[in-house]
Write a protein of this length. Structure first.
Length: 175
């Protein structure tokens, strides 16, 4: 049975986080390890990592929400605080889901939805409780369907930000 919970010691799951990032690298637009990843807009304004190890460090640096099945991480949401953001407007400050990954073998089990529901119902004490935000690419239909079903609003769209014809979209909602 898969349990969604706050991961109190993220480093204990470093191997699983690395495995999930590597397994899904090419599914991201652009891939997590692509040089073009540096150019994708970010709420903090700084360039993001372009390696699995860089993403691993970012994911383990802040609060982590995990989906655990038999002591194995099968999905996670890496979180951080966004205090000031032009793209999020009135939704800042917010708890921002910076990376969300579900093991391909566990997709369709509702894990991503359960991760978001947990964040909406039980926000981490160390992060803003007023709003929840994330970003993705406009062709990521499964993720966007989850966000819309949970009442998130598309608050910004940055044309061709990920590659020609692929826009970055920011979603947010109050808790």
């Amino acid at each position: 049975m898969t349990v969604v919970k706050r991961i109190d010691r993220p480093a204990a799951y470093a191997g699983d986080v690395r495995r999930l990032l590597a397994a899904t690298d090419e599914e991201f637009v652009p891939p997590l390890t692509a040089a073009a990843r540096r150019e994708v807009s970010r709420t903090g304004g700084t360039a993001g990592p372009t390696s699995i190890e860089g993403y691993l460090a970012d994911c383990l640096d802040g609060p982590l929400l995990g989906a655990v099945d038999d002591d194995r991480l099968v999905g996670f949401a890496a979180l951080r605080e966004v205090t000031d953001s032009d793209v999020l407007g009135a939704y800042a400050p917010s708890t921002h889901v910076s990376v969300l990954v579900v093991d391909p073998s566990h997709r369709g089990d509702g894990i991503a939805t359960r991760l978001y529901e947990h964040l909406l119902d039980s926000p981490p004490a160390a992060l803003p409780a007023s709003a929840l935000s994330t970003k993705t690419w406009h062709t990521n239909r499964a993720h966007i369907a989850i966000l819309k079903s949970l009442g998130f609003d598309c608050v910004e769209r940055i044309l061709d930000d990920r590659e020609p014809g692929v826009d970055t979209v920011y979603y947010a909602r109050e808790r």
